[in-house]
Design a protein around this ligand. Structure first.
Ligand SMILES: Cc1cc2nc3c(=O)[nH]c(=O)nc-3n(C[C@H](O)[C@H](O)[C@H](O)COP(=O)(O)O)c2cc1C
Length: 214
């Protein structure tokens, strides 16, 4: 399987990058075909909903490498892992822009609409977050946002790893071992079974396969 890890921090030697590298290691060890990109190299322009930046044929005219990222990196991936620092209890603006600008590729006037809608769905998604604070509410908003965005895109959010650090690299000292958990998420990205039941979902009583018990 193809795994793309997207690093959203401008600090190439920062905390979320350590998580990204661990996820890459895990995915590689599991036999997957891995790739890693830094958002800084691809996304420079913000989404403008004035529509004047669309060319006559509906294509995006913004002069950065977003289209390369979307069409040639994200669409071919079977799984995407986003590695990000927490900024003001949310995702960094550059990463939010990845989602915002998707609008210009899935709207009815976009010539790539069918290709992008077909290619963006069905992926397994993981999220790695480094933050200074560790109370649960600090990351609750951004985790909810990823849950809704993946639901909207017919993707599956299979795991979120949160680790704490502020000074570059100190996330490795977090006793909850986020680096190890990121490695495991990379390794198990396609094996994690997400369950989301409804009242009438037919299912066994036990979550894991085990000898019958009442
Ligand atoms: C602009 C900015 C906003 C931040 N906002 C938060 C925040 O709301 N909560 C928090 O816990 N940490 C916050 N931090 C700290 C970073 O999330 C933390 O240092 C993280 O480990 C940085 O990851 P990186 O090394 O991958 O860039 C912020 C840092 C910056 C630069």
């Amino acid at each position: 399987m193809k795994v793309l890890v997207i690093s959203a921090s401008p600090r190439a030697d920062g905390n979320s990058h350590l998580l990204a590298e661990a996820a890459l290691d895990g995915a590689r060890a599991a036999g997957h075909d891995v790739a890693h990109v830094f958002l800084d190299d691809y996304v420079e322009r913000l989404f403008g909903n004035c529509r004047t930046c669309r060319l006559a044929d509906g294509r995006c005219s913004l002069d950065d490498r977003y289209e390369d990222l979307l069409l040639n990196r994200m669409l071919p991936a079977d799984g995407i892992i986003f590695a990000m620092p927490l900024y003001f209890y949310g995702m960094p603006g550059r990463l939010k822009t990845v989602f915002d600008r998707l609008f210009c590729y899935i709207s009815n006037s976009a010539p790539q609409q069918a290709r992008v809608m077909d290619g963006i769905t069905g992926k397994k998604v993981g999220v790695l977050i480094s933050s200074e604070e560790n109370y649960v509410g600090a990351t609750a908003g951004v985790v909810a946002q990823f849950q809704e965005a993946t639901r909207y895109l017919h993707q599956e959010l299979v795991g979120v790893v949160v680790g704490n650090g502020n000074v570059r690299g100190e996330i490795a000292r977090d006793p909850s071992d986020p680096v190890g958990r990121a490695r495991e998420l990379g390794a198990r990205l396609f094996d994690i079974r997400v369950t989301d039941y409804r009242l009438d979902t037919v299912r066994p009583n036990a979550v894991w396969e085990c000898p019958a018990v009442n």
